[in-house]
Design a binder for this molecule. Sequence first.
Ligand code: BMA
Length: 359
Amino acid sequence: MVLVMALTSCGTGTKKPMETPKDQLVHQLFTYAAKGQIAYGHQDDLAYGHNWVVTDWENDPLERSDVKDVTGKYPAVVGFDLGGIELGHAKNLDGVPFGLMRKAAQKHVERGGIVTFSWHPRNPLTGGDAWDISSDQVVKSVLTGGEKHGDFMLWLTRAADFIESLGADVPVIFRPWHENLGSWFWWGKNLCTEQEYQELYRMTWLYFTKDRGLTDIVWCYSPNGPIEPELYMSRYPGDEFVDILGTDIYEYVGADGLEEAGVRFSTEVKSMLTAMNVMATDHHKLMCLSETGLEGIPSPTWWTGVLEPAIREFPISYVLTWRNAHDKPEHFYAAWEGFEHAHDMKAFSELDNIVFLDK
Ligand code: BMA
């Protein structure tokens, strides 16, 4: 449905006055895919980097970025995580102040960039974190009639309050309940039934969209990959609730070494995106590689030799690599100034089909 609107406005070459911020974002994403372009995204890009962190966000212009230090350009997409907002915390689970996140998101959208939010909320039944899988009753407990439903609606309220606080002209891509076909989060595959998962997603959508009127959200469904194509849709909440099909696929180096890891990753990405392309076409949805990366980037040519060849033939609107933790030296997924293989990320940023922000 949204794609039809995007297609219609695409042909005119002018922005229709009645286009909502969501329509414009969908149009932007659709246009990348239609032109064979892929926007590059980086998690937490404006909050910290490999060896720096914003400490006084209210007085900081939030102009530093590892990606910009290396390539001269900001990533087109910046990702942030809402984990912790549900408890009313001032900072998220990785120490990023929500005030900083709001200011950075607004600035990035003003620059012409795109913002996406993931969410690693704590476990509402046990009090543990998102990775606490000690009970398979958690999703059930937050649905209508469940013992934690009331508490959980407050969690949704706080998340919605934050998104609303970004302002009416800041559309976002939201991808709650991600990596749901693995079993490492409390909403994962072995922790709830298909119906329970779908109800959780729809309940979130309905609360944001209908109760709160937050209609400028592009909803992303992003299971972990690679998985069997049949499995991908087994927990799909339905066309009404999703705008963009994503998947999270990382490269891992095993005993067989770096080269084999690259080959394996490339095969996995291509087979998952091939299957998703069929599903996206059938359901008239956008597509993205919602999370990816090779921790520590030990390969000198990962960007131009592995990542870009794996994704170039697919109409994904964007690809996002994960965060450069400032407090865990080995935990980075984008190059930083001084990193020995930084030149290859710069070469990636100069490719015709890869989009960064020029200003
Ligand atoms: C993981 C790691 C963690 C982090 C979590 C949520 O992949 O980066 O350190 O807490 O994402 O951002």
